[in-house]
Design a protein around this ligand. Structure first.
Ligand SMILES: [Cu+2]
Length: 470
Protein backbone atom coordinates (compact mmCIF):
# COMPACT_ATOMS: atom_id res chain seq x y z
CA UNK A 1 0.00 0.00 0.00
CA UNK A 2 1.41 3.38 -0.95
CA UNK A 3 1.81 6.05 1.71
CA UNK A 4 1.83 9.63 0.44
CA UNK A 5 5.21 11.32 0.76
CA UNK A 6 5.60 13.98 3.40
CA UNK A 7 6.50 17.24 1.69
CA UNK A 8 9.72 18.92 2.79
CA UNK A 9 9.73 22.67 3.31
CA UNK A 10 11.60 24.62 0.65
CA UNK A 11 12.69 27.07 3.34
CA UNK A 12 12.03 27.87 6.99
CA UNK A 13 12.14 30.94 9.15
CA UNK A 14 11.84 31.24 12.94
CA UNK A 15 8.06 30.77 12.78
CA UNK A 16 7.10 29.75 9.23
CA UNK A 17 7.55 26.72 6.99
CA UNK A 18 7.35 27.36 3.23
CA UNK A 19 6.22 24.66 0.82
CA UNK A 20 5.96 24.54 -2.95
CA UNK A 21 3.46 22.51 -4.93
CA UNK A 22 3.01 22.29 -8.69
CA UNK A 23 -0.42 21.19 -9.90
CA UNK A 24 0.25 19.15 -12.98
CA UNK A 25 -1.00 16.44 -15.31
CA UNK A 26 0.78 13.12 -14.89
CA UNK A 27 0.46 9.40 -15.55
CA UNK A 28 -0.21 7.06 -12.63
CA UNK A 29 -0.16 3.28 -12.45
CA UNK A 30 -3.31 2.36 -10.55
CA UNK A 31 -4.75 -0.66 -12.38
CA UNK A 32 -1.92 -3.15 -13.06
CA UNK A 33 -0.77 -2.97 -16.68
CA UNK A 34 -2.64 0.25 -17.45
CA UNK A 35 -1.82 3.91 -17.18
CA UNK A 36 -4.20 6.49 -15.75
CA UNK A 37 -3.94 10.18 -16.65
CA UNK A 38 -4.34 12.18 -13.46
CA UNK A 39 -4.16 15.75 -12.27
CA UNK A 40 -2.10 15.80 -9.13
CA UNK A 41 -0.40 18.00 -6.59
CA UNK A 42 3.21 17.53 -7.62
CA UNK A 43 1.78 15.09 -10.16
CA UNK A 44 0.76 12.52 -7.53
CA UNK A 45 -2.54 11.14 -6.23
CA UNK A 46 -2.85 11.50 -3.30
CA UNK A 47 -0.80 14.69 -3.22
CA UNK A 48 2.12 15.02 -0.80
CA UNK A 49 1.27 15.26 2.90
CA UNK A 50 1.86 18.60 4.56
CA UNK A 51 2.63 18.45 8.27
CA UNK A 52 2.01 21.56 10.33
CA UNK A 53 3.82 21.56 13.67
CA UNK A 54 2.65 23.38 16.82
CA UNK A 55 3.00 27.14 16.66
CA UNK A 56 4.22 27.10 13.04
CA UNK A 57 2.69 29.06 10.20
CA UNK A 58 2.61 27.19 6.89
CA UNK A 59 2.76 28.97 3.54
CA UNK A 60 2.08 26.80 0.51
CA UNK A 61 2.99 28.29 -2.84
CA UNK A 62 0.89 26.58 -5.51
CA UNK A 63 1.67 26.79 -9.21
CA UNK A 64 -1.10 25.83 -11.62
CA UNK A 65 0.32 24.03 -14.66
CA UNK A 66 -3.10 22.59 -15.56
CA UNK A 67 -5.21 23.87 -18.50
CA UNK A 68 -8.06 25.18 -16.29
CA UNK A 69 -8.42 27.40 -13.20
CA UNK A 70 -7.86 25.77 -9.83
CA UNK A 71 -8.65 26.69 -6.23
CA UNK A 72 -7.04 25.11 -3.15
CA UNK A 73 -9.15 24.65 -0.04
CA UNK A 74 -7.50 23.37 3.13
CA UNK A 75 -10.45 21.43 4.52
CA UNK A 76 -10.92 21.87 8.25
CA UNK A 77 -8.53 24.79 8.45
CA UNK A 78 -8.84 27.94 10.50
CA UNK A 79 -7.82 30.22 7.67
CA UNK A 80 -7.86 33.90 6.61
CA UNK A 81 -10.49 34.32 3.89
CA UNK A 82 -8.05 35.05 1.08
CA UNK A 83 -6.26 31.73 1.76
CA UNK A 84 -9.37 29.63 2.33
CA UNK A 85 -9.99 28.65 -1.25
CA UNK A 86 -13.24 30.46 -1.96
CA UNK A 87 -14.66 28.82 -5.11
CA UNK A 88 -14.12 31.83 -7.36
CA UNK A 89 -10.67 32.74 -6.00
CA UNK A 90 -9.06 31.23 -9.06
CA UNK A 91 -5.47 30.46 -9.77
CA UNK A 92 -5.83 31.00 -13.50
CA UNK A 93 -3.86 28.74 -15.84
CA UNK A 94 -1.34 30.01 -18.34
CA UNK A 95 -2.91 32.72 -20.56
CA UNK A 96 -2.61 30.46 -23.61
CA UNK A 97 -5.56 28.42 -22.27
CA UNK A 98 -7.95 31.37 -22.77
CA UNK A 99 -10.38 33.07 -20.42
CA UNK A 100 -12.60 31.60 -17.73
CA UNK A 101 -15.61 33.44 -16.27
CA UNK A 102 -15.86 32.93 -12.50
CA UNK A 103 -19.31 31.44 -12.97
CA UNK A 104 -19.71 29.59 -16.27
CA UNK A 105 -23.03 29.67 -18.11
CA UNK A 106 -25.48 27.01 -16.97
CA UNK A 107 -28.90 26.06 -18.25
CA UNK A 108 -31.01 29.24 -18.23
CA UNK A 109 -28.25 31.33 -16.66
CA UNK A 110 -25.58 33.38 -18.46
CA UNK A 111 -21.93 33.38 -17.43
CA UNK A 112 -21.26 35.78 -14.57
CA UNK A 113 -18.37 37.40 -12.81
CA UNK A 114 -17.87 37.61 -9.08
CA UNK A 115 -16.62 41.12 -8.25
CA UNK A 116 -15.28 39.95 -4.87
CA UNK A 117 -13.17 37.14 -6.32
CA UNK A 118 -9.46 37.38 -5.60
CA UNK A 119 -7.85 36.03 -8.73
CA UNK A 120 -4.21 35.30 -9.45
CA UNK A 121 -2.44 34.12 -12.58
CA UNK A 122 -0.64 30.75 -12.36
CA UNK A 123 0.66 31.04 -8.83
CA UNK A 124 -0.75 31.77 -5.41
CA UNK A 125 0.56 31.64 -1.86
CA UNK A 126 -1.83 30.20 0.72
CA UNK A 127 -1.07 31.13 4.32
CA UNK A 128 -2.16 28.81 7.13
CA UNK A 129 -1.56 30.27 10.60
CA UNK A 130 -0.93 27.89 13.52
CA UNK A 131 -4.00 25.67 13.82
CA UNK A 132 -5.99 25.43 17.07
CA UNK A 133 -5.90 21.64 17.42
CA UNK A 134 -4.00 18.62 16.20
CA UNK A 135 -6.10 17.06 13.48
CA UNK A 136 -6.34 15.22 10.22
CA UNK A 137 -7.07 17.97 7.72
CA UNK A 138 -6.82 17.72 3.97
CA UNK A 139 -6.50 19.97 0.96
CA UNK A 140 -8.36 19.61 -2.30
CA UNK A 141 -9.55 21.54 -5.32
CA UNK A 142 -12.62 23.76 -4.77
CA UNK A 143 -13.10 25.37 -8.17
CA UNK A 144 -16.53 26.88 -8.82
CA UNK A 145 -18.84 24.29 -10.45
CA UNK A 146 -15.98 21.84 -11.19
CA UNK A 147 -14.92 20.60 -7.76
CA UNK A 148 -16.25 17.08 -8.36
CA UNK A 149 -14.43 16.62 -11.64
CA UNK A 150 -11.18 18.13 -10.32
CA UNK A 151 -11.01 16.04 -7.15
CA UNK A 152 -11.92 12.92 -9.13
CA UNK A 153 -8.86 13.50 -11.33
CA UNK A 154 -6.68 13.43 -8.24
CA UNK A 155 -6.45 16.89 -6.66
CA UNK A 156 -6.48 15.87 -2.98
CA UNK A 157 -3.87 15.46 -0.24
CA UNK A 158 -3.44 15.35 3.55
CA UNK A 159 -2.61 18.32 5.77
CA UNK A 160 -1.86 17.00 9.26
CA UNK A 161 -1.57 19.29 12.25
CA UNK A 162 0.12 18.41 15.53
CA UNK A 163 -0.02 19.93 18.99
CA UNK A 164 1.96 19.36 22.17
CA UNK A 165 -1.00 17.83 24.05
CA UNK A 166 -1.24 15.04 21.47
CA UNK A 167 2.52 14.56 21.21
CA UNK A 168 2.78 13.84 24.96
CA UNK A 169 0.31 10.93 24.89
CA UNK A 170 2.49 8.15 23.51
CA UNK A 171 0.07 7.21 20.72
CA UNK A 172 1.44 5.16 17.81
CA UNK A 173 3.64 7.49 15.76
CA UNK A 174 6.16 7.59 12.93
CA UNK A 175 5.67 4.67 10.54
CA UNK A 176 2.75 3.51 12.71
CA UNK A 177 0.77 6.74 12.21
CA UNK A 178 -0.70 6.13 8.77
CA UNK A 179 -3.05 8.30 6.71
CA UNK A 180 -5.60 6.33 4.67
CA UNK A 181 -7.35 8.23 1.89
CA UNK A 182 -10.32 6.19 0.73
CA UNK A 183 -11.79 7.15 -2.66
CA UNK A 184 -13.87 5.19 -5.14
CA UNK A 185 -13.28 5.53 -8.86
CA UNK A 186 -14.61 4.05 -12.08
CA UNK A 187 -12.20 3.25 -14.90
CA UNK A 188 -12.51 3.06 -18.67
CA UNK A 189 -11.01 0.03 -20.46
CA UNK A 190 -7.84 2.01 -21.23
CA UNK A 191 -7.25 2.73 -17.53
CA UNK A 192 -8.45 6.34 -17.53
CA UNK A 193 -10.83 7.64 -14.88
CA UNK A 194 -14.44 7.48 -16.03
CA UNK A 195 -16.16 10.67 -14.86
CA UNK A 196 -19.50 11.45 -16.51
CA UNK A 197 -18.76 15.16 -17.07
CA UNK A 198 -20.89 17.05 -19.57
CA UNK A 199 -17.66 18.77 -20.66
CA UNK A 200 -14.67 16.43 -20.23
CA UNK A 201 -12.27 19.32 -20.97
CA UNK A 202 -13.68 21.00 -17.82
CA UNK A 203 -13.37 24.33 -19.60
CA UNK A 204 -16.89 25.68 -19.94
CA UNK A 205 -19.93 23.50 -19.18
CA UNK A 206 -20.21 22.28 -15.59
CA UNK A 207 -22.24 19.31 -14.46
CA UNK A 208 -22.62 15.60 -14.98
CA UNK A 209 -24.90 13.47 -17.12
CA UNK A 210 -28.48 13.36 -15.84
CA UNK A 211 -28.26 9.89 -14.37
CA UNK A 212 -25.47 11.04 -12.01
CA UNK A 213 -27.16 14.02 -10.38
CA UNK A 214 -27.27 12.13 -7.05
CA UNK A 215 -23.47 11.91 -7.17
CA UNK A 216 -20.72 9.96 -8.93
CA UNK A 217 -19.66 6.62 -7.47
CA UNK A 218 -17.12 4.12 -8.79
CA UNK A 219 -16.79 0.37 -8.49
CA UNK A 220 -13.08 0.37 -7.54
CA UNK A 221 -12.10 1.28 -3.97
CA UNK A 222 -8.75 3.06 -3.78
CA UNK A 223 -6.79 3.58 -0.59
CA UNK A 224 -3.97 6.09 -1.01
CA UNK A 225 -4.47 5.73 -4.76
CA UNK A 226 -4.16 1.92 -4.90
CA UNK A 227 -7.06 -0.50 -5.49
CA UNK A 228 -7.92 -2.70 -2.47
CA UNK A 229 -4.33 -2.54 -1.20
CA UNK A 230 -2.58 -4.88 1.20
CA UNK A 231 -0.54 -3.41 4.03
CA UNK A 232 2.08 -5.40 5.93
CA UNK A 233 1.95 -4.60 9.62
CA UNK A 234 3.93 -5.48 12.75
CA UNK A 235 2.41 -7.04 15.86
CA UNK A 236 1.87 -3.54 17.28
CA UNK A 237 -0.65 -0.75 17.59
CA UNK A 238 -1.19 1.48 14.57
CA UNK A 239 -2.96 4.77 14.30
CA UNK A 240 -4.90 5.17 11.05
CA UNK A 241 -6.17 8.57 9.99
CA UNK A 242 -9.06 7.57 7.78
CA UNK A 243 -10.30 10.17 5.31
CA UNK A 244 -13.22 9.58 2.98
CA UNK A 245 -12.15 11.57 -0.09
CA UNK A 246 -14.86 10.03 -2.27
CA UNK A 247 -17.09 12.36 -4.27
CA UNK A 248 -20.39 10.80 -3.27
CA UNK A 249 -19.95 7.50 -1.42
CA UNK A 250 -20.51 6.93 2.30
CA UNK A 251 -18.92 3.86 3.90
CA UNK A 252 -19.62 1.76 6.96
CA UNK A 253 -16.14 0.49 7.79
CA UNK A 254 -15.53 -2.61 9.87
CA UNK A 255 -12.68 -5.05 10.48
CA UNK A 256 -12.91 -8.79 10.03
CA UNK A 257 -10.43 -11.49 10.94
CA UNK A 258 -9.88 -14.67 8.89
CA UNK A 259 -12.99 -16.31 10.36
CA UNK A 260 -14.99 -13.21 9.38
CA UNK A 261 -15.50 -12.22 12.99
CA UNK A 262 -15.79 -8.50 13.53
CA UNK A 263 -12.81 -7.31 15.59
CA UNK A 264 -13.63 -3.63 16.08
CA UNK A 265 -11.71 -0.37 16.16
CA UNK A 266 -10.70 1.98 18.91
CA UNK A 267 -11.74 5.43 17.70
CA UNK A 268 -9.46 8.13 19.09
CA UNK A 269 -10.22 11.12 16.90
CA UNK A 270 -12.36 12.78 14.31
CA UNK A 271 -12.19 15.77 11.92
CA UNK A 272 -10.73 18.26 14.37
CA UNK A 273 -8.54 16.01 16.45
CA UNK A 274 -8.68 13.71 19.40
CA UNK A 275 -11.77 12.70 21.34
CA UNK A 276 -11.88 13.14 25.11
CA UNK A 277 -11.43 9.39 25.56
CA UNK A 278 -10.97 6.33 23.33
CA UNK A 279 -14.27 5.00 21.98
CA UNK A 280 -14.66 1.34 21.00
CA UNK A 281 -16.55 1.01 17.71
CA UNK A 282 -17.71 -2.17 15.98
CA UNK A 283 -18.00 -0.15 12.79
CA UNK A 284 -17.53 3.44 11.70
CA UNK A 285 -19.80 5.26 9.32
CA UNK A 286 -17.78 7.79 7.34
CA UNK A 287 -19.45 10.21 4.97
CA UNK A 288 -17.72 12.18 2.24
CA UNK A 289 -14.94 14.42 3.63
CA UNK A 290 -15.20 13.12 7.21
CA UNK A 291 -12.16 11.84 9.09
CA UNK A 292 -11.98 9.23 11.82
CA UNK A 293 -8.74 8.42 13.62
CA UNK A 294 -8.63 4.85 14.86
CA UNK A 295 -6.12 2.60 16.59
CA UNK A 296 -5.92 -1.04 15.57
CA UNK A 297 -3.93 -3.28 17.90
CA UNK A 298 -2.27 -5.99 15.81
CA UNK A 299 -0.37 -7.33 18.86
CA UNK A 300 -3.38 -9.60 19.42
CA UNK A 301 -2.43 -11.50 16.26
CA UNK A 302 0.39 -13.72 15.11
CA UNK A 303 2.52 -13.45 12.01
CA UNK A 304 0.53 -14.55 8.99
CA UNK A 305 -2.88 -13.44 10.29
CA UNK A 306 -4.95 -11.26 8.02
CA UNK A 307 -7.47 -8.57 8.89
CA UNK A 308 -9.77 -7.18 6.22
CA UNK A 309 -11.34 -3.75 6.26
CA UNK A 310 -14.80 -4.10 4.79
CA UNK A 311 -17.55 -1.69 3.83
CA UNK A 312 -20.76 -3.03 5.34
CA UNK A 313 -22.96 -0.89 3.10
CA UNK A 314 -21.10 -1.76 -0.11
CA UNK A 315 -21.87 -4.65 -2.42
CA UNK A 316 -19.64 -6.78 -4.62
CA UNK A 317 -16.41 -4.91 -5.35
CA UNK A 318 -17.31 -2.02 -3.04
CA UNK A 319 -17.82 -4.26 0.00
CA UNK A 320 -14.06 -4.61 0.52
CA UNK A 321 -11.66 -1.74 1.20
CA UNK A 322 -8.22 -3.15 2.04
CA UNK A 323 -6.37 -5.87 3.94
CA UNK A 324 -3.73 -5.95 6.67
CA UNK A 325 -1.26 -8.82 6.79
CA UNK A 326 0.59 -9.29 10.07
CA UNK A 327 4.13 -9.88 8.83
CA UNK A 328 6.60 -9.14 11.63
CA UNK A 329 6.70 -9.80 15.36
CA UNK A 330 7.93 -6.85 17.36
CA UNK A 331 7.67 -5.05 20.66
CA UNK A 332 5.63 -1.90 20.95
CA UNK A 333 6.10 1.04 23.30
CA UNK A 334 2.97 2.91 22.23
CA UNK A 335 -0.15 3.29 24.33
CA UNK A 336 -3.69 4.61 24.16
CA UNK A 337 -4.29 6.54 27.39
CA UNK A 338 -7.78 6.58 28.85
CA UNK A 339 -7.84 10.37 28.60
CA UNK A 340 -6.86 11.85 25.25
CA UNK A 341 -7.96 15.44 25.16
CA UNK A 342 -10.12 18.04 26.84
CA UNK A 343 -13.31 18.69 24.93
CA UNK A 344 -15.50 21.34 26.48
CA UNK A 345 -19.03 20.41 25.54
CA UNK A 346 -21.07 23.34 24.26
CA UNK A 347 -24.36 23.81 26.11
CA UNK A 348 -26.97 25.52 23.98
CA UNK A 349 -28.38 28.65 25.59
CA UNK A 350 -31.02 31.20 24.73
CA UNK A 351 -28.46 33.89 23.92
CA UNK A 352 -27.18 31.91 20.94
CA UNK A 353 -28.45 32.88 17.51
CA UNK A 354 -30.47 30.07 15.95
CA UNK A 355 -30.73 29.47 12.24
CA UNK A 356 -32.26 26.78 10.08
CA UNK A 357 -30.68 25.57 6.84
CA UNK A 358 -32.97 23.53 4.65
CA UNK A 359 -31.16 21.27 2.21
CA UNK A 360 -33.62 20.50 -0.56
CA UNK A 361 -33.58 18.26 -3.58
CA UNK A 362 -35.18 20.02 -6.54
CA UNK A 363 -36.12 18.59 -9.92
CA UNK A 364 -32.63 19.04 -11.38
CA UNK A 365 -30.77 20.95 -8.75
CA UNK A 366 -29.87 21.05 -5.08
CA UNK A 367 -30.66 24.09 -2.95
CA UNK A 368 -30.12 25.52 0.53
CA UNK A 369 -33.07 27.54 1.90
CA UNK A 370 -34.51 27.54 -1.61
CA UNK A 371 -31.47 29.05 -3.34
CA UNK A 372 -28.77 27.86 -5.65
CA UNK A 373 -25.30 29.10 -4.73
CA UNK A 374 -24.99 32.82 -5.37
CA UNK A 375 -21.64 34.45 -4.49
CA UNK A 376 -23.44 37.77 -3.95
CA UNK A 377 -25.85 36.48 -1.30
CA UNK A 378 -24.99 35.85 2.35
CA UNK A 379 -27.15 33.31 4.16
CA UNK A 380 -25.78 34.35 7.57
CA UNK A 381 -23.66 37.19 8.95
CA UNK A 382 -22.06 35.88 12.12
CA UNK A 383 -19.91 37.72 14.70
CA UNK A 384 -16.26 36.68 14.76
CA UNK A 385 -15.56 34.05 17.38
CA UNK A 386 -19.25 33.53 18.16
CA UNK A 387 -21.12 30.25 18.64
CA UNK A 388 -24.47 29.71 16.94
CA UNK A 389 -27.03 26.92 16.85
CA UNK A 390 -27.81 25.76 13.35
CA UNK A 391 -30.41 23.17 12.48
CA UNK A 392 -29.83 21.33 9.24
CA UNK A 393 -32.96 19.85 7.71
CA UNK A 394 -32.71 17.61 4.72
CA UNK A 395 -34.84 15.60 2.32
CA UNK A 396 -31.86 13.58 1.06
CA UNK A 397 -28.53 12.32 2.45
CA UNK A 398 -25.92 15.11 2.66
CA UNK A 399 -22.63 15.61 4.49
CA UNK A 400 -22.84 19.19 5.79
CA UNK A 401 -19.47 20.97 5.74
CA UNK A 402 -18.62 24.47 6.92
CA UNK A 403 -15.39 26.40 6.35
CA UNK A 404 -13.40 28.27 8.98
CA UNK A 405 -15.44 26.96 11.90
CA UNK A 406 -15.66 23.97 14.19
CA UNK A 407 -18.77 22.31 15.52
CA UNK A 408 -20.35 19.84 17.88
CA UNK A 409 -23.45 17.80 17.20
CA UNK A 410 -26.10 18.75 19.78
CA UNK A 411 -28.95 16.50 18.68
CA UNK A 412 -30.41 14.37 15.91
CA UNK A 413 -34.18 14.58 15.56
CA UNK A 414 -34.29 15.95 19.10
CA UNK A 415 -32.46 12.92 20.47
CA UNK A 416 -28.88 12.49 21.63
CA UNK A 417 -26.07 12.67 19.03
CA UNK A 418 -25.24 9.46 17.16
CA UNK A 419 -22.34 7.06 17.74
CA UNK A 420 -20.07 8.85 15.24
CA UNK A 421 -20.78 12.40 16.40
CA UNK A 422 -18.22 12.71 19.19
CA UNK A 423 -15.61 15.47 19.22
CA UNK A 424 -15.05 18.59 17.15
CA UNK A 425 -16.24 18.22 13.57
CA UNK A 426 -16.18 20.19 10.33
CA UNK A 427 -18.35 17.74 8.38
CA UNK A 428 -21.51 16.09 9.73
CA UNK A 429 -23.64 13.51 8.00
CA UNK A 430 -27.33 14.42 7.73
CA UNK A 431 -29.61 11.59 6.74
CA UNK A 432 -32.70 11.78 4.58
CA UNK A 433 -35.54 13.33 6.56
CA UNK A 434 -33.28 14.12 9.48
CA UNK A 435 -33.03 17.27 11.56
CA UNK A 436 -29.55 17.76 13.01
CA UNK A 437 -28.77 20.53 15.47
CA UNK A 438 -25.19 21.78 15.52
CA UNK A 439 -23.34 24.19 17.75
CA UNK A 440 -21.01 26.02 15.37
CA UNK A 441 -18.09 28.03 16.70
CA UNK A 442 -16.79 30.47 14.10
CA UNK A 443 -13.20 31.51 13.77
CA UNK A 444 -12.07 35.06 14.39
CA UNK A 445 -10.90 35.47 10.80
CA UNK A 446 -13.40 37.77 9.10
CA UNK A 447 -14.75 37.68 5.59
CA UNK A 448 -16.75 35.63 3.15
CA UNK A 449 -16.74 31.84 3.48
CA UNK A 450 -18.95 28.99 2.33
CA UNK A 451 -20.82 26.05 3.76
CA UNK A 452 -22.07 23.32 1.51
CA UNK A 453 -22.94 19.71 0.94
CA UNK A 454 -19.77 17.64 0.52
CA UNK A 455 -21.31 15.32 -1.98
CA UNK A 456 -19.23 17.07 -4.63
CA UNK A 457 -21.80 16.74 -7.39
CA UNK A 458 -24.47 18.28 -5.15
CA UNK A 459 -22.05 21.09 -4.31
CA UNK A 460 -21.27 21.71 -7.99
CA UNK A 461 -25.01 21.74 -8.77
CA UNK A 462 -25.70 24.59 -6.36
CA UNK A 463 -25.90 23.16 -2.83
CA UNK A 464 -23.58 25.76 -1.32
CA UNK A 465 -24.10 29.11 0.41
CA UNK A 466 -22.09 32.02 1.77
CA UNK A 467 -21.79 33.17 5.30
CA UNK A 468 -19.84 36.19 6.43
CA UNK A 469 -17.83 36.48 9.60
CA UNK A 470 -18.16 40.11 10.66
CU1 LIG B 1 -25.69 16.59 -0.83
Amino acid sequence: MPIPQQLKPSRQTSDTDYYEIVQSAAMATIIPGLRTPIWGYNGTFPGPTIVQNPGRTVVVSHRNDLPVPTVVHMHGGTTPHDSDGYPTDFILPDAKYGTFPEMPAMAGMPAMTDPEAIITRQTRDYTYPPQPRAGTLWYHDHRMDFTGASVYRGLAGFHITHDTEEQALGLPSGARDVPLMIADRAFAADGSFLYPALDPTMRSTPGVQDSYTNGVMGDVILVNGAPWPVMNVDTARYRFRILNASNARTYQLALQDASRQSVGFTQIGTDHGLLAAPLPQDAIQIAEAERYDVVIDFSRYKVGDQITMVNQIGSGSTAVVMRFVVSRATSDGSRVPSRLSTINAISPNSAMTRRTMKFHRGANDWTINGRLFDPAYSEADVPAGSTELWTIISDFRHPFHIHNATMQVISRDGQAPGPYDQGWKDTVFVNQGERVQLAIRFSTFKGRYVFHCHNLEHEDMGMMANFRIV
